[in-house]
Design a protein around this ligand. Sequence first.
Ligand SMILES: C[S@@+](CC[C@H](N)C(=O)[O-])C[C@H]1O[C@@H](n2cnc3c(N)ncnc32)[C@H](O)[C@@H]1O
Length: 287
Amino acid sequence: MSGPRTISRLGTPVREALDGAVTAIAAAGCDTPSLDAEVLLAHVLGVGRERLLLDADLLVSGGAVRAFQEAVRRRAVEREPVAYITGRRAFRRLELAVDRRALIPRPETELLVEAGLGLDAGARVLDVGTGCGAVALALKDERADLAVSGSELSAAALELAAENGRRLGLEVCWLRADLLAGVPAEFDAVLANLPYVRDRERAALAPEIRLHEPPRALLAGPDGLAAMSALLEQLAPRANVRTVALEVGAGQAPAVAQMVLAAGFARMRLERDLAGIERVVVGEGRR
Ligand SMILES: C[S@@+](CC[C@H](N)C(=O)[O-])C[C@H]1O[C@@H](n2cnc3c(N)ncnc32)[C@H](O)[C@@H]1O
């Protein structure tokens, strides 16, 4: 048997389900409707995205119909980020669990991990403001010899980081701390992607960020530098920290570079992201 009645009884062809979802997601103003729809449908069906395109017989049926409708509603109506809907985000070689307890790790933050890859064997490294643990865990994954710790002000984010560490079998030490307050003086290097959005820019953030990601993970005072400058003040007397790498917002690198030198680091270099933006300020050696 063939024809529309048979198809509707067995389920909806993937192409048809995707077309409807893309229309709804695009109408809501999301930037990448096709990609979003494919990632959500692959998640609901428990298959890889490529299978949606290659398997012409694949149907959306039963509970998957409702689950996909709900995922598309959350994306289009609530403007929820895809990663919070699927609960997963790829970062370097890892697949991290993510949820509203912490910021979704961004691709440009992988540069911070790269800054850590050049550290001496056995170095003790602290990822300050670790969120879901992305930087600390990726670094431990790629440099098992390093002694890696991750610290957080938010107990909820730290809990998520620890869950990720356990699930991935990566040994990272987790600390609850406001920047370096009460943190042992043993570290050779500090990496940090702290909040750097200016308070007044909050209203202009994309709804995915403004409505769903934790404000304390984003905002850092009138110039966006409050968290970083406080960290550098605390680093100044800790002369055993010989490397610092800080992720910064567009246009912030010159000011942060000055602060890094003022904190007593001898040399400074800037790393650009794929968009050509000066994204990571690295300070090395001590004066
Ligand atoms: C921009 S998010 C980055 C999270 C993570 N490093 C990443 O790249 O995905 C900044 C993180 O710093 C944390 N944070 C903010 N202020 C802090 C403070 N004073 N001490 C420690 N962590 C802080 C936030 O809770 C948030 O998880």
